[in-house]
Design a binder for this molecule. Structure first.
Ligand code: G3I
Length: 330
């Protein structure tokens, strides 16, 4: 049964049925929006989604009620947008953008320069041709959605675990460190109002080599005048890692960027303690602009077997949702 049909059915039923958990859950969500609670603190709570999710189950309703920002989970990646050289397919990204605007959500573009989901034709280019392709890709996507996308993950996952640029990845191996400058300068020139981010995973502990390496590199790049506005910590956490997360955001913020963000949050086991610790870390970090969950409900997660999100298979908020809401509002 479609969820809306279920709700309608329950509305027509006697009062005893009206108090069913499903109806309570929907009423509670509209009243208790995570995003509204974050907005009261000057931040947002968003989620990753895309057309396939927005047109399935209760995702759209839950996002409308709970989240203030959306990130396209896959539709703006290189393999989805430019499978062949200079032939662009932007319909999937456009669906997300139009939905977000119609529903008053801000958007984080994801992602312009990433080694994964990168078509083979790009990685096999010569160094001058890959630079031209990178510029053309950034200019085309950012021009298409100019003024509509507030934050852009310009560069994604370019460091190794030692906190250095990974020389095995195509843009670095072909262009050297210069690709960072080219990517950010092209992005800034194309949409001067968008906030430009470097985004990565395993930036979850303050003194971990990748976290300190990221902060040091960004500090250096800012010193060279490269226009980086923010660092995104993806936050695909293991159970228990929420505890050290505040220190990680502090290390990243101290690089000199004007903002940081939690961009892809999911946590193995989704314990309330871990979720509250991450919420607290962002709330208490002045430069943290918001948190994005990497999906709505567990079965749709890229790590579904770990039940890492805040909604279960029936779209019911889990304990972590209640705990975060309580933390944000008391
Ligand atoms: O689009 C094709 C479709 O044409 C094909 O029929 C189908 C068959 O497998 O695959 C589809 O592509 C899949 C794509 O998601 C869209 O659904 C890929 O196989 C699948 O690997 C891809 O996974 C995504 C993954 O990034 C790789 O791009 C996940 O959904 C997405 O959650 C994950 O997100 C990444 C962030 O972008 C960056 N940080 C890490 C994070 C988790 O891996």
């Amino acid at each position: 049964m479609r969820y809306s049909a279920l709700i309608l059915g329950l509305m027509a039923a006697p009062l005893a049925v009206m108090a069913s958990p499903v109806v309570e859950v929907m009423e509670r969500q509209s009243a208790n929006s995570l995003d509204a609670a974050m907005k009261a603190k000057g931040k947002y709570w968003g989620t990753a989604t895309d057309q396939n999710r927005l047109t399935a189950g209760s995702n759209a309703k839950i996002i409308q009620a709970n989240f203030g920002q959306v990130t396209p989970e896959n539709s703006m990646k290189w393999d989805a947008t430019e499978k062949s050289s200079n032939t662009f397919s932007l319909d999937g990204g456009n669906y997300l953008v139009e939905w977000a605007i119609a529903n008053n959500k801000t958007i984080r573009g994801h992602t312009l320069c990433w080694h994964s989901q990168l078509p083979g034709w790009v990685s096999s280019l010569s160094s001058s041709a890959i630079e031209a392709a990178l510029k053309n890709h950034i200019i085309t996507l950012m021009t298409k959605w100019k003024g509509k996308i507030m934050h852009w993950d310009v560069v994604n996952e370019v460091l190794n675990e030692q906190g250095q640029l990974d020389t095995s990845k195509p843009f670095m191996s072909k262009m050297g460190e210069k690709f960072i400058k080219v990517a950010f300068e092209t992005a800034r020139a194309t949409d001067p109002d968008a906030k430009l981010y470097i985004n990565d995973y395993n930036l979850d502990q303050g003194s971990y080599a990748k976290t300190t390496g990221m902060a040091n590199l960004v500090k250096k790049w800012l010193g060279q005048g490269i226009p980086i506005d923010g660092i995104g910590s993806q936050a695909h956490l293991q159970s228990g890692q929420g505890a050290g997360f505040a220190a990680a955001l502090t290390t990243l913020a101290n690089s000199g960027v004007s903002e940081v963000a939690v961009t892809e949050l999911d946590i193995v086991g989704a314990s309330s303690t871990d979720y509250v610790n991450v919420a607290k870390a962002c709330v208490q970090q002045k430069k943290c602009v918001g948190i994005t969950s990497w999906g709505v409900r567990d079965p749709d997660s890229w790590r579904a077997s770990n039940n890492p999100l805040m909604f279960d298979a029936q779209y019911k908020p889990k304990a972590a949702y209640d705990a975060v809401y309580k933390y944000l509002t008391t």
